[in-house]
Design a protein. Structure first.
Length: 384
């Protein structure tokens, strides 16, 4: 929320326009006769009073201090009467002056400084008025949003900038954190051997704490350079388990695909089973292997399995934010519905088209109900 300024008796259009452009919420009151109504109907963070409003301007300063809504609000006066200025400074606290004639820059600078001082004072003073408390809250919110935006940018840097492409397969991904940052993470890359490796993870919690766990997962993945998915999970767990906070864990699945043969190797660490559409069989297969989530056991060992993908077969890996999403009747989207959408996709459809059909149905099912978890999904389809 922007700081609210009251400009009393000042008709300088350039000044009010600049303040508005800087993001302030500016109210201009050219006359003093309606001042009582103005200050009682709105909350202001600062009052700029131009002495040219009339000879009664010193009384207006006293009036502003007598009103509960403006009793602690900074007042900046535009005045060249040095004698009167000194007198008022002795009588009224939190009162500043800018000499006439003024420059727009000097006025704007003084306003910004007073607002900043006000926010700091309002944070530490338990007797601060409502205006000071609101200002402090706005300042805290602004800082939080700035930090959240930085965290979002950092988390985005942990994700692949692009997906591998090859005439033999195609891929698509959808990533939708519940908040600015989230607890879902994924990695897709082409190894020097030509193998395509993909991991998808879901950390406990939401927001910044979950995003921190995702960063740990990314670092562990970079260090776990092994040719098979079960070995990757075992090494990642060995690295992460001793340092994960108590009660925190990460579910993860790892898939290694060989485009030359169509062979898919996979392992799971407590994560939802991937779904594979077997076109020739007209069915969807769940890829089930055993393994605890990362962080449960320091010495956990993970099982590996494999599956042959034929041309037009596809695999979907996802986080539980997809299948556990609810509609207005509190019904779960579920694996069964997700499988049906995949099976109904056309064999010639590209991965992006299949993923789009999934999320079109996902949105239709939810019917506007808000998500309660992050949502991530990756599709890989064998072309030839």
């Amino acid at each position: 929320m922007s700081d609210a300024l009251l400009l009393l008796g000042n008709t300088d259009a350039k000044l009010s326009a600049l303040l508005s452009k800087m993001g302030y919420n500016v109210t201009v009151s050219e006359k003093a006769d309606s001042l009582a109504e103005v200050v009682r109907s709105n909350l202001y963070d600062l009052v700029l009073l131009d002495s040219q409003v009339g000879p009664e301007w010193p009384d207006l300063c006293h009036f502003l201090r007598s009103e509960s809504a403006t009793s602690a609000v900074p007042i900046v006066c535009l005045s060249s009467d040095q004698s009167k200025n000194s007198e008022l400074k002795q009588e009224i606290d939190n009162l500043e002056f800018v000499d006439l004639p003024y420059s727009v820059g000097s006025v704007v600078s003084r306003i910004a400084m007073q607002l900043r001082l006000r926010k700091f004072n309002g944070t530490d003073n338990t007797s601060a008025r409502l205006g000071e408390v609101n200002a402090a809250l706005r300042d805290l919110n602004d800082r939080f949003m700035a930090q959240l935006n930085e965290a979002r940018q950092i988390q985005e840097s942990l994700l692949p900038e692009s997906l591998p492409s090859d005439a033999r397969f195609d891929m698509a991904v959808a990533y939708q954190p519940l908040e600015g940052v989230g607890g879902d993470w994924y990695s897709v890359r082409k190894e020097p051997s030509g193998m395509i490796t993909a991991q998808i993870a879901d950390a406990t919690g939401h927001g910044l704490s979950a995003a921190f766990l995702c960063a740990m997962t990314k670092l562990a993945r970079c260090a776990a350079d092994h040719p098979f998915p079960d070995e990757v999970l075992t090494e990642m767990n060995r690295l992460m388990s001793p340092v994960l906070p108590e009660g925190k864990f990460v579910t993860l699945c790892s898939y290694h695909y060989d485009p030359a043969t169509g062979k898919l190797y996979f392992a799971r660490a407590g994560h939802p089973c991937a779904l594979v559409v077997k076109r020739s069989e007209g069915r969807v297969v769940q890829l089930q292997t055993n393994g605890f989530a990362l962080g449960f056991l320091d010495d956990a060992v993970y099982a590996r399995d494999e599956l042959q993908l034929e041309p037009n077969d596809l695999i979907l890996i996802y986080t539980d934010g997809v299948t556990e999403a609810q509609n207005m009747n509190s019904e779960l989207y579920g694996v069964e519905r997700l499988s049906a959408v995949l099976l109904a996709s056309k064999p010639e459809a590209h991965s992006a088209e299949v993923l789009q059909s999934v999320f079109d149905d996902f949105e239709t099912f939810r019917d506007g109900r808000l998500l309660k978890d992050d949502v991530t999904a990756i599709v890989l389809k064998r072309s030839i």
